[in-house]
Design a protein around this ligand. Structure first.
Ligand SMILES: [Zn+2]
Length: 320
């Protein structure tokens, strides 16, 4: 089967779409190709969406298939599937004895028997995870746009996973420049600017200037614009308005290949970080019987006291 006919990228049209139906085109080796999908595949440094696909079980019910990973290659989007817990032992038409040492093969075989070309599946993306990625990713556009406009540096690397978001720049930023950059990025968030997606024609492409990490074929160019802040070629889902990001915090600055790497936390991640640190500081203040503002002073005094005690102990041991 020719899987390379156009696969509709539903995530391109609507980043907020997290449930959909699609037809099976091909299944092999535990990987499934659909005629359309809302699952964003791993691309541009961002991990793929995860979630669940539901297939009819032949008895009026459904079998859940876990989507662990989604990859795109030459326009073909492949969903890596795993049978959800218990499926292989059900008494449905897909019963198979699973050899403990041969789990992967057994699983692929079951999938091939279960999923027939033309069959309609129901898909559900992990909504919270997708939205978290949209917040982190759109925050990256804001920071990269600001860094480019203010310092002339290019964004040369981006990595977004479940617990880390990093962006690399072609020039050096100093620790002193970070607070102002961070405040400017948050001002863009609070201004609640629109995040616009367009597919400019070849003619239109000539009149726009945009950031891009690589050459992109003109018929595949997707432009994401935050007016007056950033224009960038990007294939990933973003929030519709910058206000949805809520907050972005630059949590680390490090030297990286002649430039710098920033590590950021936006949206819920920024809140989680604040909560974690706040809880730790509150606990620390309580155990020192002071308020959090006095922790540095108290800590300094404790260091001095410990230094004196060590000195006294040394003297004592010497004179013993
Ligand atoms: Zn993007």
């Amino acid at each position: 089967m020719n899987t390379n006919t156009l696969i509709q990228k539903l995530y391109d049209e609507d980043a907020y779409l997290t449930t959909f139906t699609a037809c099976v085109k091909e299944v092999a080796g535990g990987e499934l190709v659909l005629d359309r999908t809302a699952f964003f595949p791993e691309a541009g440094g961002q991990l793929s969406d995860t979630g669940t696909l539901y297939a009819p079980d032949g008895k009026g019910g459904e079998i859940a298939l876990t989507v662990r990973d989604v990859q795109i290659s030459e326009g073909v989007i492949r969903h890596r599937l795993e049978l959800a817990e218990g499926c292989a032992d059900s008494d449905g038409p897909f019963v198979g004895r699973r050899d403990p040492g041969d789990d992967e093969d057994a699983s692929s075989e079951l999938l091939e028997r279960l999923l027939q070309p033309g069959m309609t599946l129901r898909g559900e993306i992990d909504r919270e995870r997708r939205y978290d990625f949209m917040q982190q990713h759109t925050a990256e556009h804001i920071i990269s746009g600001l860094v480019n406009a203010r310092f002339g540096y290019d964004n040369v690397g981006f990595r977004l996973s479940d617990n880390s978001c990093t962006m690399d720049y072609s020039g050096v930023l100093t620790p002193e420049q970070i607070p102002e950059l961070e405040l400017a990025a948050n001002r863009v968030i609070w201004d609640n600017l629109p995040v616009l997606v367009s597919f400019p024609s070849e003619e239109e492409q000539e009149s726009i200037t945009y950031r891009s990490k690589k050459e992109i074929a003109s018929d595949e160019l997707r432009i994401v614009t935050i007016p007056d802040i950033d224009t960038c070629a990007c294939c990933a889902p973003h929030v519709r308005h910058t206000g949805e990001i809520g907050l972005v915090k630059i949590i680390r600055l490090q030297n990286w290949k002649g430039g710098v790497r920033l590590c950021t936390a936006a949206g819920r991640r920024a809140l989680s970080l604040f909560t974690e640190e706040h809880d730790m500081i509150t606990q620390l203040a309580r155990s020192l019987s002071t308020s959090w503002e006095n922790i540095p002073d108290r800590f300094q005094k404790m260091r001095e006291e410990t230094g004196l005690l060590k000195k006294e102990l040394k003297e004592y041991r010497k004179n013993k």
